[in-house]
Ligand binder design. Structure first.
Ligand code: WT7
Length: 640
């Protein structure tokens, strides 16, 4: 809601950006074709997605496009047999893509490694063989606690290749958060690294793994594979820990690709919800590959010569879809950078664009806001003329960062594509194509085959200009198959929050008269910190586990760089006094519980917390006071 004012004024200004004529001529999908896709998808969505599925390779075609007999557990392409890795790698080895670069990796110190499709294919096969040698079989879970390294991509693909289910835990999560996710996933094997480079320093990772695995709960993990990146000394536990290099050395360059049912799970990825327990979102081979391939190739207009760079960490859904699977399915070249965007200076990203001739650059608004602060002298030092498309994702982008990015990075020529999607949607849902009209701050329209709407609490469609809840009315191929081990929660949180059976995205949005969508923020108790979801409940539990804290309430407050940050209101236990020392200690404690992802902006001590008669903490009252607005303005956010 925070950017409401700014968006409103812009909205009134009606600034519209049109693509250059040359771009429209060269686009893979021109405006007439996009209209035709929209019409076809509206009339017969299943035929639309069936055509998209036909663009990929299947071991056996589906019996049915969509089985809707047990909503909300929709099954895409039942009867179909495939493997996403066959489409992301194996099939390219038979074409001119074989010797094309699949992956360009740049380490923070400036070292780099490049893999052609053939080289990546072989590396994946060797690690797939290693996983099999360690006893990993179809359906087993493989956890990755990895920085951005080529081996991260390799391990994801190798797991999927043998039918195992990968589950990445972002390396910025604490050992405790890692342990919780390992327990939930039931992972048998964990892939990690000795450490990585970040901001000129070596960050050690292996000791955090040892900490997470100490104790009975994590006993299911019987093997740990360690990638040697920094050569720091690490302790290796005999019989449990293996060096990656030792494992792959004697493996073969060929390994069979497991034949999967379309609905077999591909990966599990945890995200925050309104309760203290993160949800393990499941995606499957068939639907995910079809949805991601179609939307990524359409939105980013992938050409054979592109070099595609999405700055996300592989540990988030953006990394899964837009760093690894999407670009490789499309047969393009994907870029991965290990380190900090400001190392050694605030031009590192522009340096990388220049060095490799990146053509498509996709990032989060937080990054743009941060780089904007350093000034235009940094991008000006570099040749950014290879760029042809820009994209953002993860949070609403305000008009100012939009314009800065568009002008100073995109030369006022490159379309800036604001894409709306989620961990649960797997693929881009609302987004422009390069040929679309753009309004800064709007994610424009639903993609063909996606039926989105803005509704009130009762599920009634709202007229343009009115804010409400974003819903998706029809199933889409890359939709989550469920929450691991909790069908009920999946049904309740996504399909029963609003009457009518539509998918509830958890966002507040509005439509304008032209049918453009404007996303305004989360509708639930989830913060969006630097484009990452952190649940207030998780933060409150982390505060609550400190001995000084009796009760905690956390709200999101605006932050100039991260978009949103957490502000905590705490009632202390008897005998504790609020002090700056305690504040420091609390911040350290919460960081230890959740990891650096939990950005705390302020801590305020109080005698009591505002509550409803039924005892629920009224966070919106705290938030309204914090933002100096009338709490009545926020009633829509009230989830009671
Ligand atoms: C939430 C999903 C897959 C993207 C990375 C985040 C917010 C996402 C936009 C956008 C405004 C956006 C929403 C959404 N969000 N894209 N273009 N404009 N807000 O994935 O962690 O699953 O979070 O990110 O609030 O619900 P995620």
């Amino acid at each position: 809601m925070d950017q409401n004012g700014a968006l409103d004024s812009l909205f009134q200004e009606e600034r519209v950006f049109r693509p250059l004529p040359q771009l429209v001529i060269e686009a893979n999908v021109n405006p007439q074709e996009l209209e035709a896709y929209r019409r076809q998808a509206a009339q017969d969505p299943l035929a639309y997605w069936e055509e998209a599925a036909d663009e990929l390779d299947w071991f056996k075609k589906w019996d049915q496009v969509l089985d809707e007999s047990n909503p909300p557990f929709y099954r895409w392409f039942p009867g179909g047999r495939c493997n996403i890795v066959y489409n992301a790698l194996d099939r390219h080895i038979e074409t001119a893509n074989k010797n094309k670069l699949a992956l360009i990796w740049e380490g923070e110190p400036g070292d780099n490694r490049k893999y052609t499709y053939y080289e990546l294919y072989r590396a994946v096969n060797r690690f797939a063989g290693a996983l099999r040698s360690l006893g990993v079989a179809k359906g087993d879970r493989v956890a990755l606690y990895m920085p951005s390294l080529p081996e991260t991509v390799i391990a994801m693909l190798a797991s999927a290749k043998i039918g195992a289910v990968h589950t990445l835990v972002f390396a910025g999560f604490s050992p405790k958060a890692l342990r919780e996710r390992l327990r939930d996933s039931g992972a048998r094997l964990l892939v990690t690294a000795d450490g990585f480079y970040r901001n000129g320093q070596v960050i050690q990772l292996k000791p955090l793994v040892d900490e997470a695995l100490a104790g009975a709960e994590a006993e299911r993990v019987d093997s740990v594979v360690v990638v040697r990146r920094t050569k720091v000394d690490v302790e290796m536990q005999d019989g449990r820990d293996f060096w990656y290099d030792d494992l792959v050395r004697n493996e073969r360059n060929e390994a069979p690709t497991e034949v999967m049912e379309a609905g077999d799970p591909l990966f599990l990825l945890h995200t925050s919800g309104a309760t203290g327990r993160p949800k393990g979102i499941l995606h499957s081979h068939g639907g995910y590959m079809v949805g991601v391939h179609r939307t990524l190739t359409h939105v980013f207009d992938i050409k054979p010569t592109d070099i595609f760079w999405c700055t996300a960490d592989p540990g988030w859904i953006t990394g899964h879809t837009a760093v690894v699977y999407g670009p490789l399915l499309a047969g393009t070249t994907t870029v991965l950078y290990e380190g900090h965007p400001n190392y050694p200076q605030a031009d590192r990203l522009w340096h990388i664009v220049d060095k490799y001739g990146v053509t498509i650059f996709y990032t989060v608004p937080t990054m743009i806001r941060m780089l904007m602060r350093f000034g235009v002298q940094y991008p000006r030092r570099h040749d950014l003329s290879t760029l042809r498309l820009l994209g953002t994702v993860g949070e609403p982008i305000g008009p100012e960062p939009w314009m800065w990015f568009y002008k100073n990075i995109g030369r006022s020529e490159c379309p800036l594509l604001d894409t709306w999607w989620q961990t649960e949607t797997g693929m881009f849902m609302l987004a422009p194509l390069p040929i679309s009209l753009l309004k800064p701050g709007s994610v424009t329209k639903p993609l063909p085959g996606v039926e989105a709407d803005v509704v009130d609490r009762d599920g009634n469609s709202l007229p343009s200009g009115k804010g409400g809840f974003l819903v998706i009315r029809r199933p889409w191929p890359a939709m989550a198959a469920g929450i691991l081990g909790d069908e009920e929660r999946f049904r309740r949180e996504y399909y029963e929050a609003i009457p009518g059976g539509a998918y509830f995205a958890g966002d507040v949005a509005k439509k304008d008269e032209d049918g453009f969508f404007w996303i305004q923020g989360r509708a639930d108790d989830v913060l969006n910190i630097a484009g990452h979801r952190v649940g207030t409940a998780e933060l409150e539990a982390a505060f609550g586990s400190h001995p000084a804290v009796c009760e905690a309430a956390v709200v999101g407050v605006p932050d100039a760089i991260k978009g949103e940050a957490a502000k905590a209101f705490l009632v202390l236990n008897p005998g504790f006094q609020g002090s700056t020392d305690l504040i420091q200690d609390l911040k350290r404690h919460v960081r230890g519980e959740l990891g650096p992802v939990a950005a705390i902006k302020g801590i305020e001590f109080r005698e009591t917390l505002p509550r409803t008669r039924s005892g629920k903490i009224m966070r919106r009252v705290l938030k309204a006071r914090e933002l100096n607005v009338d709490p009545g303005d926020l009633t829509m956010l009230d989830q009671e």
